[in-house]
Write a protein of this length. Structure first.
Ligand code: SIN
Length: 475
């Protein structure tokens, strides 16, 4: 298990000599002691990334593409080892962890294909005076701040396009799940990523670490995935140096079920949208808006499906929902459920924290939730499905949009025209229409409103890591 900082292709302790413990959320036990990086370590990593980036930017696109392709196959070859690390530090079920590695690796395969297609354009100025030549150089050094819910995929979704576009990178993984990040960086070096191009510096002092990195003269961009609250703070800091910023922030996805929906398919989609990766995703269905005529039946069917969820240690056979990341997460979920019940919701299933060891919550379905209940306005990040019945379609759309978040939405109906029309009215960057999953390396992932800025994945994702330069010329 790698447990030091990874800078310039070498393992080293933090400048301050401090270490911290990574805990297994299924047991609460410590599983590793990891070196804690200081602001000086962040600066060193930025220096190194700057040097490595200058050479990498000059490497031919085909060669970059082949390195990325080898990163894909290396991650696939190490899928079992990486999946085990994810379960140990995050807790998600082993099958989900394996799925995460396939998803993570795919960002490299997709971007290997995109690396040779970073196209500019050629135009003529309207008065005919000159040509307008547009091209897309890399931004330079990118600082990536990544979350614990996908210890691998939320790194590779940024890293693969950043490398394809010719950048150098410094990653600050979360203190909850640094082990997967460190091992991935080492594997990428083995796959041919030049030493120093990808540096991973865990820390205990995120604020000071980030300040030092943002002030480094070579850093030109920050890419962050995490809460809207932290995103706002990082954006303010990025403003000091006018850094390019891509922000993948919180969600509050409505999952809309019309009375003409195929309810079996809707429940199947709901289980995916709610429960994948232990219900700890930003894309998770957060509010189930169900047409009143089918609300009771949908609620009963969803409760039956949720009752089949097996909660436990992600390494155990048959487990489909692991622990929450820590005790604080369980407390937050429990408070939201309690407030919803006090406001009149009825518990169709679950509704309680599970006694320790570990940090578990019962799969929960709440019926008749009031639209103004706190649970309809906060990101739950846990296995709780609040159901809000609706009658009027316009009022339902208003309710779906009554949030500052706009990451994902889901719509279930057998009427495609109605589904598309409603999808267009939902203020969210990604809509699943009769689909419970939207994540795909080939699709632009990102949010509207306070759910974020910019996109990851697809060809949009690669251009986020590029500058645009135009040359006025003639011949
Ligand atoms: C997230 O929760 O931030 C990402 C979810 C996904 O990629 O599916």
């Amino acid at each position: 298990m790698r447990n030091q900082l990874y800078i310039d292709g070498e393992w080293r302790d933090g400048a301050g000599g401090e270490r911290f413990t990574v805990n297994d959320p299924a047991t609460g036990d410590g599983i590793a002691d990891v070196a804690a990086g200081t602001p000086d370590d962040a600066v060193l990593a930025c220096d190194v990334a700057d040097r490595a980036q200058r050479s990498w930017a000059a490497v031919a696109p085909r060669e970059k593409s082949e390195v990325l392709r080898r990163c894909w196959s290396t991650l696939i070859d190490h899928a079992d080892e990486l999946a085990n690390l994810i379960v140990a530090e995050h807790g998600k079920p082993l099958a989900d962890a394996r799925g995460e590695i396939a998803y993570s690796a795919e960002f490299f395969r997709w971007n290997a294909e995109e690396a040779v297609r970073i196209h500019g354009s050629l135009g003529t100025s309207p008065n005919g005076a000159n040509r307008i030549l547009v091209h897309h150089p890399p931004v330079g050094v990118v600082v990536m701040v990544t979350p614990w819910n996908f210890p691998a995929a939320m790194i590779t979704r940024k890293l693969a396009p950043a490398l394809a576009a010719g950048n150098g990178v410094v990653v600050k993984p979360p203190r909850e799940t640094p082990l997967t990040a460190l091992r991935i960086a080492e594997l990428l070096t083995g796959a041919g990523v030049p030493e120093g191009l990808v540096n991973v510096v865990p820390t205990l002092t995120s604020g000071a670490w980030f300040d030092a990195a943002v002030d480094h003269r070579a850093v030109r961009m920050v890419s962050f995935t995490g809460s809207t609250e932290v995103g706002r703070t990082l954006l303010r800091r990025c403003a000091d140096r006018v850094l390019k910023s891509v922000m993948e922030l919180g969600g509050n996805a409505p999952f809309i079920v019309f009375d003409d929906a195929d309810l079996e398919a809707a429940v199947e989609g709901a289980m995916v949208a709610k429960m994948r990766h232990s219900a700890e995703t930003c894309t998770a269905a957060n509010r189930f808006l169900v047409e009143a005529a089918v609300a009771e039946e949908f609620s009963a069917r969803l409760a039956a499906a949720m009752a089949e969820v097996k909660v436990g240690n992600g390494f155990d056979d048959g487990v489909t929902c692991g622990p929450m990341i820590n005790a604080g997460a369980v407390e937050t979920i429990d408070e939201l459920v309690g407030a919803a019940v006090r406001a009149g919701a009825h518990v169709a299933l679950g509704g309680n924290a599970i006694d320790g060891p570990g940090h578990f919550y019962e799969p929960t379905v709440l019926g008749g939730v009031a639209p103004d209940s706190p649970i309809a306005h906060a990101e739950i990040f846990g296995p709780v499905a609040p159901i809000i019945p609706f009658n009027d379609h316009d009022a339902m759309v208003d309710m779906a949009n009554d949030t500052e978040m706009g990451l994902t939405g889901y719509v279930y109906t057998e009427d495609l025209a109605k589904g598309l029309a409603v999808a267009e009215r939902i203020q969210a960057g990604m809509i699943g229409l009769n689909r419970g999953a939207v994540s795909d390396p080939a699709a632009p992932f990102g949010g509207m409103k306070q759910s974020g800025l910019g996109r990851e994945g697809a060809s949009e994702g690669i251009y986020e890591f590029c500058e645009t330069q135009y040359i006025a010329t003639n011949w």
